[in-house]
Design a protein around this ligand. Structure first.
Ligand SMILES: *[C@@H]1O[C@H](CO)[C@@H](O)[C@H](O)[C@H]1NC(C)=O
Ligand SMILES: *[C@@H]1O[C@H](CO)[C@@H](O)[C@H](O)[C@H]1NC(C)=O
Ligand SMILES: *[C@@H]1O[C@H](CO)[C@@H](O)[C@H](O)[C@H]1NC(C)=O
Ligand SMILES: *[C@@H]1O[C@H](CO)[C@@H](O)[C@H](O)[C@H]1NC(C)=O
Ligand SMILES: *[C@@H]1O[C@H](CO)[C@@H](O)[C@H](O)[C@H]1NC(C)=O
Ligand SMILES: *[C@@H]1O[C@H](CO)[C@@H](O)[C@H](O)[C@H]1NC(C)=O
Ligand SMILES: *[C@@H]1O[C@H](CO)[C@@H](O)[C@H](O)[C@H]1NC(C)=O
Ligand SMILES: *[C@@H]1O[C@H](CO)[C@@H](O)[C@H](O)[C@H]1NC(C)=O
Length: 684
């Protein structure tokens, strides 16, 4: 529809995201510089793309573009860079410069375009509801004008609102309101924002924190190639205004836009941002720990030894068959449907190798597409290998529970199929793969940004809370890890594989992966190694391991310095008041220190060797939302003592219940290597 899709010259071939601390000559101004674009889907991991905004046709589509499946009317969206910048502090107000290339495209040249696009500085990541039409994705009829908005925008307005705009072709400085504090009509300057045909606008916005002045410069271009230099004269010079009186100290930069009854495409094709570095506290130390805390090593050895013991115990145990509930699944109302094998075969192109998404402990996952009569839904089909299913009835019994689970942070079960002893589960397809893909990605791919990491963890916590406490029947996940946390289109966490482990075979759950299939060590609570049984506390332990994975960008069993497990290293840093050194270096220091500290303390609390000491899902939820402070974590990791005095009711076939201490277990740690690794790359 536009020429946005056309491939452009190679001048911006390289996706350049860089952070440079440069010393400007003369002023010795320290700045943080970013250069974004041309845009492709890898930007989803560093931008917050609020629906219906998308990234397509090499541009940020702040409102839907014609390639998507959204209607174009009455929409508002935002795309924000996923990090906060400190814009003022007690001493001074910072400066920033930004420049971008935009295109406001009339979809139908015989219709009036609308409504407009804005460059924004905002306190949070939400798009206000009801912000379509005249509100440009900035405010709505309730919040417009409120000082609580803490918002500044430079709007590019293409539709006149009788009560607030001078004309249908202007820029404006918006302070907490779409009623601009200052506007400049563009027609007399020879600019037409959304003309018949195609124009690209190159815009520069400079804010001088010392002079408290904001200048806007503009040129137009006939194509996406930038040919004209920045003009000497601004099109708008603000009155003196102090951003520290308006916006939060730490705020986000980005774009918002809306359509109403009138529509247009609101595209951003390139974006440069330079922000004065007001010198946040330096969080990043490089030294690795050399010393090994005594208590710490004892704890490590305790856990390791317990693992070996449990491993031996587990090997001896025999399974008992569960209840017989044939046909229960079919009779349930609201059940995901049963697919015929033929349907699944067709959907997955006969389980073609090319459709394979991944392979896990339970079997293989294929991508598929249902026929148009079923809505052309994209699905992920999990095929369980035959000999892993001990009891079909067990499996179905478990399915009757999980198929009734409905939560926005769980992968939706679409249906199932059973044929000749083979079982298939059909899930919604998750286009962004697993969390693991975005944390441990190859260097050329962008690792997930900070607020998305936080958002994902909050999502997982909310799913866990639902499974443990909110659903009418307690459901344990049993296998929490980054590879089991899927990401939907908008990078919301979706928990997969919940509740399944036991259904497949009680013995061959995560813990049994110690035997043969390696991979889950580091996620398993120490008491599970004794009991072989999952509990909500062991799920919490797994969640702690996932937090560490996400914040530190390391696998739970990563050996760092002298520390055998990631958690032990983090505990060491905590003891030495250097907790933030644990944060993933791939974030390049771009994270919220307070949030990182909260997450790491929470992770340590969840990793408490004693099950009864771990926080409950409800308080985890409150800690993540910031409504209660993070837990107080002991400076030394407490030792694991068996039997646990925790609330778990363990009936055991464990003969020796005397406490296992580090001295008894000696140096059995070395056995860890035999079950370390991460082969379970199940996709859904
Ligand atoms: C995004 O673009 C960069 C280069 O411009 C390229 O290296 C990268 O593979 C692209 N990512 C995707 C998902 O297309
Ligand atoms: C829109 O829907 C069509 C068919 O329903 C599909 O082929 C296409 O991929 C969808 N486009 C997007 C951007 O989702
Ligand atoms: C868009 O919103 C306006 C104002 O609320 C309404 O009159 C109009 O019907 C809406 N259009 C559509 C297509 O929903
Ligand atoms: C913004 O640009 C102006 C003019 O080029 C320059 O003097 C100023 O130092 C820049 N500010 C920042 C924060 O880079
Ligand atoms: C961004 O900066 C680069 C490097 O200085 C420059 O080539 C490019 O034109 C700039 N883009 C915009 C939109 O200002
Ligand atoms: C543009 O809008 C006019 C008036 O509503 C309509 O007659 C025409 O078919 C539209 N053109 C396109 C290409 O949609
Ligand atoms: C405006 O946005 C606020 C906050 O997002 C929301 O609470 C309120 O309901 C919205 N008002 C309307 C009219 O949509
Ligand atoms: C808007 O501009 C007027 C002067 O034109 C000024 O008095 C007022 O303080 C400004 N509003 C804000 C919120 O800065």
């Amino acid at each position: 529809m536009t020429d946005l899709g056309r491939s452009r010259s190679n001048s911006f071939l390289i996706l350049a995201i860089y952070v440079v601390f440069l010393i400007c000559s003369g002023e010795s101004l320290k700045t943080i510089d970013h250069q974004f674009g041309p845009f492709n889907s890898s930007y989803y991991s560093i931008f917050i793309v609020n629906p219906p905004a998308t990234i397509s046709n090499e541009a940020l589509q702040i409102t839907p573009d014609s390639a998507g499946n959204y209607t174009l009317t009455n929409k508002s969206g935002r795309v924000l860079f996923d990090r906060k910048f400190r814009l003022w502090d007690d001493v001074r107000v910072g400066s920033f410069n930004t420049s971008f290339l935009i295109n406001l495209f009339r979809v139908n040249s015989s219709l009036t375009p609308g409504e407009g696009l804005a460059f924004v500085i905002v306190p949070d990541l939400e798009v206000p509801t009801g912000s379509s039409g005249q509100y440009l994705g900035l405010t709505n009829s309730t919040t417009d004008g409120s000082r609580d908005n803490h918002l500044i925008a430079v709007e590019f307005d293409t539709l006149k609102q009788d009560d607030l705009d001078p004309d249908s072709n202007h820029i404006g400085l918006d302070i907490n309101s779409v009623k601009s504090n200052q506007t400049v009509s563009l027609s007399e300057l020879g600019f037409q924002l959304a003309p018949n045909g195609n124009k690209f606008f190159h815009v520069w916005i400079h804010y001088d924190g010392a002079a408290k002045r904001l200048d806007v410069y503009m040129t137009d271009e006939d194509s996406r190639a930038i040919t004209k230099p920045m003009p000497e004269k601004p099109v708008m010079i603000s009155e003196k205004f102090d951003i520290s009186q308006i916006i939060n100290r730490d705020s986000y930069f980005g774009f918002s836009a809306s359509t109403g009854t009138n529509i247009e495409l609101n595209c951003v094709l390139e974006w440069n941002l330079t922000v004065e570095d007001l010198g946040k506290k330096d969080n990043k130390g490089q030294t690795l720990p050399l010393a090994l805390g005594l208590g710490l090593s004892a704890a490590v050895i305790t856990v390791a030894g317990a693992g070996v013991l449990a491993w031996l115990l587990l090997r001896r145990r025999k399974s008992a068959n569960g209840p017989n509930i044939p046909g229960a699944l079919k009779s349930l109302p609201g059940t995901p449907r049963e697919f015929s094998f033929k349907e699944l075969k067709k959907a997955t192109n006969n389980f073609h190798e090319g459709n394979k998404l991944g392979e896990g402990g339970f079997g293989v996952v294929y991508k598929g597409v249902l026929p148009p009569k079923d809505g052309s839904l994209e699905i992920a089909v999990k095929k369980f290998s035959r000999d892993e299913i001990k009891s079909k009835d067990d499996f179905l019994a478990e399915l009757t529970i999980i198929n009734r689970l409905r939560h926005k942070h769980l992968v939706r079960l679409v249906g199932w199929c059973h044929k000749n002893g083979m079982l298939f589960l059909v899930y919604d397809y998750m286009p962004n793969g697993s969390l693991e893909d975005h944390i441990f990605c190859p260097p050329q791919k962008l690792a997930l940004g900070w607020s998305l990491r936080y958002k994902v963890l909050s999502g997982v916590a909310s799913a866990l809370h639902y499974l443990h406490d909110e659903y009418d029947q307690k459901v344990l996940h049993r296998d929490l890890k980054a590879s089991n946390i899927m990401l939907d289109v908008n990078f919301n966490a979706r928990l997969g594989d919940f509740g399944l482990a036991r259904a497949i075979d009680e013995e061959k759950t995560s813990y049994a992966e110690l035997d043969g299939v390696p991979g889950t060590f580091g996620y398993i609570a120490p008491e599970c190694l004794h009991t072989g049984k999952a509990s909500s506390e062991s799920d919490i332990y797994g969640f702690g391991a996932v937090i560490l994975e996400v914040v530190c960008g390391q696998k739970p069993w990563t050996k760092i310095g002298d520390f055998q497990l990631l958690v032990d290293w983090v505990w060491y840093l905590h003891r030495n008041g250097r907790l933030l050194e644990a944060v993933d270096s791939r974030l390049g220091g771009e994270y919220e220190a307070e949030e990182a500290e909260r997450l790491l303390l929470l992770a340590l609390a969840c990793s408490h060797p004693m099950a009864s000491e771990r926080p409950k899902t409800k308080s985890i939820f409150q800690i993540l939302s910031g409504s209660i402070p993070p837990p107080i974590v002991p400076t030394f990791k407490p030792p694991f003592v068996w039997p646990s005095t925790g609330p778990m009711n363990i009936e055991g076939d464990i003969a020796d219940t005397t406490p296992i201490t580090s001295s008894q277990l000696g140096s059995s740690w070395t056995h860890r290597e035999s079950f370390a690794g991460y082969s379970d790359s199940s996709v859904v």
